[in-house]
Design a protein around this ligand. Sequence first.
Ligand code: MLT
Length: 271
Amino acid sequence: MTCWPVRKVDVRGCQLAVVLEGQGLPILFVHGFPLDHSMWDHQIEALSKEFLVIAPDLPGFGASGPLNVEVQRMEDFADSLSELLTVLGIRDRVVFCGLSMGGYIAWQFWRRHADRLRALILCDTRAAADTSEVAQQRITNAERVLKEGPEFFVEMMISRLFSPRQLAENSPVVDRIRQVMRGTSPQTIAACLRGMAQRVDARAWLGEISLPTLVVVGEEDALSTPAEMEEIAAAIPGAKFVKIPGAGHLAPLENPSAVNQAILQFLRDLS
Ligand code: MLT
């Protein structure tokens, strides 16, 4: 794992930690839940050789300041990221690359800040809203995390995020992600669970997306399945769809070389 230098910038009253590496076309990497920028370690390494990589910790996560809300809406994350680009002086349109919750934020970023976008990369995410059962389970988990702490939730997430092979081998990356999740405050976990439970269904928007789009999914992703992601790609005009072998929900960490190759090819075709 590389410890990238992190800058702290004030964004809408929250100190955001952000890694900025390289030069050229800016790519904004938005992590999943409850993670931080380090899940993009391999992408920062490979892509900063040709592009400007911007990898923040979202408000409340990693080394960023706390989230002081009960419900964190995906819209608010999108607005904070737009403001982050302003504060960093990024005027060029960016490629927005989001994983899972980062993808939920991508739909809102596209709706609210389309003039900032050059292209979209959607990794292991969903366009559908939660069913009422899933939303209710998130609310229950939010309350339990606030009462008992995040440990039960972290172990539940670990078993869902990785492919069976990574879990069976108990590879070091599994423990690294466990530590990142344990470091996330119960308030942040609860606020995001509630926000995700309320998020709107983005499927009706997919046909209106006219940006170059890459859709990437781990072949063994049980949370945002290849079948569901293939449907997302089919609904976005001209979108490319890539399945990553030997990976679950955290494809960029589980099979970084295949993910980097797909992203590099996509970005080179843009320029
Ligand atoms: C994530 O990886 O961001 C989460 O799995 C998103 C979710 O809980 O829906």
